[in-house]
Design a protein around this ligand. Structure first.
Ligand code: GDP
Length: 316
């Protein structure tokens, strides 16, 4: 990567894209090409082709996606497969046609089979059935990997893919129904503390385990791969340890200072029991996550509180 390179970060207003932009700026990359979804609808093929023809980026981080937690994935099944496939098809093909030097596609750990042995290494892709709640999203993300591989095979494009584990951090979505577990619980425990509620509902049994990576660590891994990695094989990006949802709830309860009790609602789905990534391929290249879970949740909670303050100020 050169400091003069024109770098397009697709999805720069999202949690992942905004972290990549922060990280690039901190490293002195200033020639960034950014377009909000209102300015450029990535599902519109003609608009995406036109954008690439006009702007000719050198490098692309494809961090734009329709994302959500277990409930949203399950309810908006058509949107999750259609929007993600359309974004990937349009951006990857436009990047090829406008001779982008390198593209990094971001997938997700839900591409792996529901009952995959743990920790999951990259070779387990397409070795079994997917988890039902997020199958449409997973199929779209698998298609993204295969697009990058096929464009490399047929056209020689240097398109690489990264599969991050569950992410959290600044700019997350705190919607009570549609978000992922970590931001949902931060908000639920915070609200319960303010309202003086006696208990907080946590979905499922609390037994499933999840691995959480701070999005600033992910951004550092993405830029590291853009600089150092040129292979067809996609790479997992994980933290290295997982935690049960029950223990995560206790940790968040402590951080928010809530003193009531936790109630598990077992009518809600647990989803996959475990999805810990084996990130040894990336570790062998000398990249490792740095932000410990408790420290990461504490700084995310501060960001959440700042967001609330800003909402109050802007409503005045
Ligand atoms: P997943 O990793 O794709 O299954 O997505 P989530 O982050 O949405 O959910 C992870 C786990 O946390 C599942 O077992 C959920 O049932 C559980 N969970 C517990 N409470 C909540 C909550 O308030 N919101 C969400 N999204 N998940 C929750």
């Amino acid at each position: 990567m050169n400091k003069q390179d024109k770098i397009y970060v697709a999805g720069h207003n999202g949690m992942v894209g905004s972290a990549i932009v922060r990280h690039l700026r901190s490293l002195g990359f200033t020639n960034l090409l950014l377009a909000s979804s209102a300015e450029l609808d990535l599902r519109n093929q003609a608009a995406v082709q036109h954008f690439f023809e006009q702007n000719h980026p050198d490098l692309v981080f494809l961090a734009a996606a329709k994302v959500g937690g277990i409930h949203a994935n399950n309810i908006y099944r058509a949107e999750f497969i259609y929007d993600n496939l359309a974004i990937e098809l349009n951006v990857i093909d436009a990047a090829y046609k406008s001779k982008v030097k390198k593209l990094l596609f971001l997938g997700s750990s839900c591409i792996y089979p529901k009952n995959a042995p743990q920790p999951m290494n990259e070779d387990l892709l397409l070795s079994g059935f997917l988890e039902q709640t997020n199958e449409p999203y997973a199929i779209a993300k698998i298609a993204g990997i295969k697009l990058c591989e096929a464009y490399r095979d047929q056209y020689g494009c240097n398109f690489i893919s990264a599969m991050p584990t569950n992410l959290y951090g600044p700019n997350d979505n705190y919607h009570l129904e549609h978000s992922h577990v970590l931001p949902a619980l931060l908000r639920k425990f915070h609200d319960a503390k303010l309202n003086g509620d006696t208990s907080v509902e946590v979905w499922g049994t609390g037994n499933p385990k999840r691995e959480f990576l701070h999005v600033d660590d992910l951004a550092s891994a993405c830029v590291f791969m853009m600089e150092n990695y040129n292979e067809k094989q996609f790479l997992n990006i994980g933290f290295g340890e997982d935690i049960s949802i029950a223990d995560l709830a206790k940790l968040i309860m402590n951080i928010t200072g809530y003193s009531g009790s936790i109630q598990f609602n077992t009518t809600k789905p647990d989803g996959t029991y475990r999805k810990l990534l084996d990130s040894s391929r990336l570790h062998a290249l000398n990249w490792k996550a740095k932000i410990e879970l408790e420290e990461g949740i504490r700084n995310t909670y501060q960001d959440f509180l700042r967001g609330l303050e800003q909402q109050v100020l802007s409503s005045r």
